[in-house]
Design a protein around this ligand. Sequence first.
Ligand code: MN
Length: 237
Amino acid sequence: MKPRIAITLEMSAKGERRLNYLDLAYSQCVSEAGGIPVHFPSLPAKEMIYDAVSMIDALVLTGGADIHPSYYGEEISAAISLSPDQRTDFDLAILQAAMSAGKAILAICHGMQIVNVALGGTLYQDIPTQVPGSPIKHREAEGKAYARHSVRVEPGSRLATIFDGMPEFEVTSTHHQAIKGLGKEMHVSARSPDGLIEGIELAGYPKILGVQWHPEKDPASEASKRIFKGFVALACS
Ligand code: MN
């Protein structure tokens, strides 16, 4: 059987209503790489999350809005657009459950920031004001085509194995936050030319890949195919 891959959902909160939704591009990429995409609702039920994780082989933590800075011990210090805490709680819980079960994990953009926060790291709340002078545009204005910039893979990282012979490539970027302080046991696997962290790995957990860019927004690119294929291979290992 093909590996079953849970893909977290985005959430919007409108008054009392909570809506889960997601760009289908994530499922298309997982499916094309040989996995079966599965979704679980972002319900605040820890036991359900452990049962859910027992049904799957791997987890994709998807993109989304900003994590409330209280999750990394800070106050709001910049213009941010908050993701509902209910989603953050769910994503942190399913990440913890997936890690304790040793599942493969692909953490994309906001998902990589979730991993960092889960392990005690911190974030720049707004790159343009908190990392001034960067010549790289990590997010384009709404309504325009996504920003693109290059990333360089760190030699010796696990990401470097996936990107063998391809140490630098272009990616689609849409984030205004970034990793500031790295979480426990994390190391950098890729950077953009301005030095920002664009990829992370965990010393003691070989089955996790974190990327700050959006491979699912570039499904036909060689870089995106390698990421999803490499992740599905991890899910099968
Ligand atoms: Mn970027």
